[in-house]
Structure formats: structure tokens, C-alpha cells
Ligand binder design. Structure first.
Ligand code: AMP
Ligand code: MG
Length: 402
């Protein structure tokens, strides 16, 4: 049995980055950047008005009301490109260039047009620089604004678009094959007979693999038979970067997944992790394909997939943060740990009135209780050797991808 950190270290060491590909900006959401993003222009590209109102010289409106002659109009997309002189004002709109000679914008609410459209009265003084963002005040041309290895999320899209990245270089999506094993399994569209259950792991793994950026191929359900497992594993690994199996890795008489992998000549990197739930997790390589042999229990599947397989899938795409991010939360109820194993236990996160993040451990019936588990939004980490943690203690948590 090896510690979780060591197991993750082995996964990181054995996983290499896949090729880089170019995708259209509109297809880049959820991918991992494979290039630094550099500003190709100043932002804003000119001194920009932040308000609708009048471009003025602050000195002209030190004493108010101040009467100024309106000499032009600067609108977004169509500026007034002359020199504004003392005693003059230019009507200006949000997003429009501020004319040379002006050093402030007074908002329209603090002005009044007088004597027809030619004159404006500025009702309040305005400080020099007010409501103007100077050229390059946000970003200078040539600055790196996003870095390779970052996850492309929705708020980044505007940055990519603004600097002209119609195509974005990203890590190729890993091809994942999922294969549930177990003679008790039937497909989701079948009615389980006596002694049977519906397969859920293939769907869970496919869902988390998709969240991790992979494309997924589902293999037929495999029965507990070494020869059949070998056949299916060989097929699954042929065209995949990663194979994720579930079931058949514990010490039962019909747990044949490891035997099948070994007979096929796979190199086994680890097969027992000091993790609760998820002890019998297997990590191996067969040819060029990494294999994660996850335990069959649906909750173990979620925990072990997200600790190990997700990490590998993100490394393959070049993520600079491949692992789940650890955060701190306050434990809402007492919690039991384990002497020999580090735990990742399902929890619901919420925030109290003071803004404190609370982790509420789920009451669940063990690693097969996926109905209770369906409410989980995070996992609480309990270090090895900690028998119990009392309510109000600070604990480490990781959020489940959703
Ligand atoms: P195993 O790791 O094969 O011993 O399976 C452990 C438990 O998980 C057993 O109760 C199995 O019936 C259950 N299980 C295994 N595979 C699946 C699956 N694909 N979907 C739902 N439950 C499963
Ligand atoms: Mg089984």
C-alpha cells in the first residue's frame, strides 16, 4: 500500500503531454491553453471616455457653473480628431476617444445645455483625468495576458477575442476508453434480473472524463472472465490514450482485472493505495496506453478517478494545475478518520452568515451509497492516523468537478 501523494507522484511521472492542436475560439471553452496569449494592441487603444457627457479642461470648470462652447461630438467608433481649446467642450459618449486638449469628462447629469445646442453649462467642477482611461491604461501591447497551461473558461473568452485569437492553440483531447467489468452488470436500458444491477460506473467515468477534457469511447460491459477481459482490454487500449476500467481489482475470487492486465504484459505501477475509499486502485501501462483500474464501488470510482485519472488527463493536455485544488473549510460535524489510510469523504459545502466556508460530511452508508453521495459537492481530506476530527476544526477539502 502506498500513500496517495506517492501514487499521484507516479501518475505525474508516467504521464506525458499530448500534441498541441489549433481550435476555433468558439470551440476553445474548457480546453487548456498551449500558448501564451499576448496583447497585440494597447487597451484601451486611445484615451477612452468612461461616461456619457462632455470632454472638458478641468481648469475651465474650476468655478461652476461654467459656460463652454460645444465644438464637436466624439462617439464610439467615430471620434472628434481636432485640438480642443480653452473655453470649449466636446460632447462625448462612453467608449469614444477623448480629444487632445481635454483632460476630463464631466458626466451628462452634471451639465445643462443652454442657449440652444451650441453651449453647455458645466454644473460641478471635475478633477483632471476624471472618467478617462488613458491609452494602454489597462494593458500595453506586447504584454502576456494569459499563460500556457491555464484552463480556458468563459471569462477568458473576451480576452482571447479582444487580442485577435480567432484560433487558439490547446492540448489535444485525450481519448479515453471506459470499460465496466462485473458479471452482475446490465446496461442502463435493461431491467436487471435476479442478482444483477445496472452499470453506472461507465456513465460516471464518462462524465468526469468529459469534464476533464477527454473524448470518451464506451466499451461493452465485460464479464468476470480473464480471457474475455484480456480480449476487451486489448481492444480498448488499441485506439486510446487512457483506459479506465471499474471493478474486479479487489481480492475477491472473481477479481480478474489485474490478472488480465498482467497476462497482456502491462507494467503495473501501483495496485494498492492507502486511500479510503479506493484502496485497490491500479495504475498501469499497456503499450502506449495508461490504464486506471478503479474499484467497482461507485463512490470509490468518483474519488479515485478524480484523484488519479483526472490528473493524468489534465497533464496530457498541458495543465499547469493538473490536480484538484486544495482549500480549507470548517468542519460542520464530527468526522471519523482511519488509522492506516488517508480519507477523502463526501461532503456538502455551504457558507454561513459570516462568510465562513463550512464542509458538512454526508451521512452515507459506505462506498456503494451513491444515492446519498449524489448530493456531494466536495471531498473532505482526513490524514492517515487521525481517528476523528471534531466539529469546527479546519479541514482540507477538494471540490468535485461539476
Ligand atoms: P468490485 O470492485 O468488482 O468488487 O465491485 C464492488 C461493488 O461495486 C460491487 O457491489 C459491484 O456490484 C459494484 N459495481 C461494480 N461495477 C459496477 C458498475 N459498473 N456500476 C455499478 N456498480 C458496480
Ligand atoms: Mg466485480
Amino acid at each position: 500500500m502506498i500513500p496517495i501523494a506517492e501514487a499521484i507522484g507516479i501518475v505525474l511521472q508516467q504521464t506525458s503531454e499530448l500534441e498541441i492542436e489549433s481550435v476555433a475560439l468558439s470551440d476553445s471553452l474548457g480546453r487548456i491553453l498551449a500558448q501564451d496569449i499576448v496583447a497585440d494592441s494597447d487597451l484601451p487603444p486611445f484615451d477612452r471616455a468612461q461616461m456619457d457627457g462632455y470632454a472638458v479642461r478641468a481648469a475651465d470648470v474650476a468655478n461652476t457653473p461654467a459656460r463652454l462652447r460645444i465644438v464637436g461630438e466624439s462617439a464610439a467608433g467615430s471620434g472628434w480628431h481636432h485640438e480642443m481649446k480653452a473655453g470649449e467642450a466636446v460632447r462625448i459618449m462612453t467608449g469614444a476617444p477623448v480629444p487632445t486638449g481635454a483632460d476630463a469628462v464631466q458626466q451628462v447629469e452634471l451639465t445643462r445645455e443652454v442657449d440652444g445646442p451650441e453651449f453647455v453649462e458645466i454644473l460641478e467642477p471635475v478633477a483632471s483625468g476624471r472618467s478617462i482611461v488613458g491609452r494602454a491604461g489597462e494593458i500595453k501591447a506586447g504584454e502576456t495576458v494569459l499563460r500556457a497551461g491555464e484552463d480556458i473558461n468563459a471569462v477568458m473568452i473576451a480576452t482571447l477575442a479582444s487580442f485577435g485569437y480567432a484560433q487558439v492553440k490547446v492540448g489535444r483531447r485525450p481519448r479515453v476508453a471506459v470499460m465496466a467489468t462485473g458479471s452482475e452488470l446490465v446496461n442502463v436500458d435493461e431491467k436487471p434480473g435476479a442478482d444483477q444491477i445496472r452499470d453506472s460506473n461507465n456513465y460516471t467515468i464518462a462524465a468526469y472524463a468529459a469534464l476533464a477534457g477527454a473524448t470518451v469511447r464506451r466499451m461493452p460491459l465485460a464479464v468476470d472472465d480473464t480471457e474475455e477481459l484480456k480480449r476487451q482490454i486489448a481492444q480498448a487500449t488499441a485506439q486510446s490514450d487512457v483506459l479506465v476500467t471499474s471493478g474486479g481489482v479487489s481480492v475477491g475470487v472473481y477479481d480478474f482485472t489485474k490478472a488480465a492486465l498482467k497476462e497482456l504484459g502491462a507494467e503495473i505501477y501501483f495496485e494498492r493505495v492507502a486511500l479510503r475509499p479506493g484502496k485497490p486502485t491500479v495504475f498501469a501501462r499497456l503499450g502506449n496506453t495508461l490504464v486506471f483500474g478503479l474499484p467497482g464501488n461507485p463512490v470509490s470510482v468518483t474519488v479515485t478517478f478524480n484523484l488519479f485519472a483526472r490528473t493524468a488527463l489534465r497533464v496530457m493536455q498541458g495543465a499547469k494545475q493538473p490536480e484538484l485544488i486544495e482549500e480549507a473549510a470548517v468542519l460542520a460535524r464530527d468526522l471519523k478518520g482511519s488509522i492506516e489510510r488517508e480519507s477523502y469523504l463526501p461532503a456538502v459545502l455551504r457558507t454561513d452568515e459570516k462568510g465562513t466556508l463550512l464542509a458538512e460530511p454526508l451521512k452515507w452508508g459506505g462506498s456503494s451509497d451513491f444515492v446519498a453521495f449524489a448530493r456531494a459537492t466536495a471531498l473532505i481530506n482526513v490524514p492517515t492516523g487521525v481517528k476523528s476530527i471534531s466539529a469546527n476544526s479546519l479541514v482540507k477539502i477538494v471540490r468535485l468537478p461539476a
